[in-house]
Design a protein around this ligand. Structure first.
Ligand SMILES: [Fe+2]
Length: 341
């Protein structure tokens, strides 16, 4: 196959090259083209092929792979030499339930006390027993809706089937209503597979969540971190007229555009809260571009937007965490705060 120039390649050429590396059929890409439109899909596939290193000669690709492997070994060796490795592995498998309230003065009465379970960054391939851990954690927990803010796969490229298999094993624990957005570790092709598990994927779209005749808006955007294929243009009018609007965005990096579009709330992940932190939960690395460090985890605000960045339920790069446990968050919607009552 002749060398592909990503910037100038047509969508059909991109699809042809991706089909060499994945098991997806042309009919799958046709469905994606219909669902996302030519421009969005082309930009997404360009990014995916860039991650596959298509522009690099094989020698450079090998160097990149070795460098990544060495970095992982170095982290493991560092933790081992500090006698922290067993503790770091145990912490990565010990998620906490974090319950918090979001106060929204315009909340319809029917949604008072509505509970949204928020899970992010499963990165299933690094902790294959995560479905059982999550099942145990969520057993007996009450929630009305479950939202997933992306990064189901561990690696950014390569096979996806294992992660989908783990997600399917986790699915019964997530309740009846589940909605997802994709992250920077997620191939766009999986948006065809998630609905088969009863998980609709919002790709720059909004939907209504209804309860007892009232409704609030739930919006979801494509990954704003690596692919930058997020787009608010089709949402603004409906968001402005809704009493309450909640955005699902893989990364807090979309906070300025979300506030401009009129959203009241943004739920995100991506940062893992730093994952390997110093005592007191001080993160060493942030993995955020053009974003205040305060958005690396927990609650934050930007103009009218009330944001929350989950520390994530899984772990990336390696199955280790320090001073930063994984979390499952329950956001309780309230018209008035009950914290001090
Ligand atoms: Fe991510």
């Amino acid at each position: 196959m002749k060398k592909l120039h990503l910037e100038t390649a047509s969508l059909d050429e991109l699809i042809l090259n991706l089909r060499e590396m994945t098991h997806y059929e042309s009919s799958d890409y046709e469905r994606l083209r219909e669902g996302l439109g030519e421009t969005h899909l082309r930009q997404r596939l360009q990014g995916q092929l860039r991650l596959y290193g298509l522009e690099h000669p094989p020698r450079i690709k090998t160097v990149i792979r070795i460098r990544r492997r060495c970095m992982r070994q170095l982290i493991l060796a560092g933790l081992w030499s500090l006698r922290l490795l067993p503790r770091a592995r145990a912490l990565a498998r010990s998620p906490q339930v974090v319950e918090r309230e979001i106060v929204l003065p315009n909340l319809p009465e029917a949604f008072e006390g509505y509970r949204i379970l928020h899970l992010s960054d499963f990165h299933f391939d690094f902790i294959p027993e995560l479905p059982e851990i999550v099942g145990k954690l969520l057993s007996g927990l009450h929630f009305d809706l479950c939202v997933l803010t992306g990064d189901f796969r561990g690696e950014t490229t390569g096979p996806y089937e294992e992660s989908l298999e783990h997600l399917s094993r986790t699915r019964p624990a997530l309740g009846e209503k589940v909605v997802a957005v994709l992250g920077n570790h997620d191939n766009v092709e999986i948006m065809l597979r998630l609905p088969e598990m009863g998980i609709p994927v919002l790709m720059n779209q909004i939907m209504k969540v209804e309860k007892d005749g009232a409704s609030i808006l739930l919006g979801g955007i494509d990954d704003p971190h690596f692919y930058r294929t997020h787009d608010f243009s089709s949402m603004q009018a409906e968001v402005e007229s809704a009493p309450v609007s909640i955005l699902l965005s893989h990364s807090p990096e979309s906070h300025r555009e979300a506030a401009e579009a009129g959203f009241d709330v943004q739920l995100s992940g991506h940062t893992h809260g730093g994952q390997l932190c110093l005592p007191g939960g001080i993160p060493i690395l942030a993995h955020l571009h053009d974003c205040p460090r305060g958005m690396i985890r927990g609650s934050w605000t930007h103009q009218q937007l009330q944001g929350y960045t989950s520390r994530g339920i899984g772990s990336s790069t390696l199955d280790v965490r320090l001073c930063c446990p994984p979390e499952a968050t329950v956001h309780v919607l309230r018209k008035h705060s009950r914290v001090n009552e």
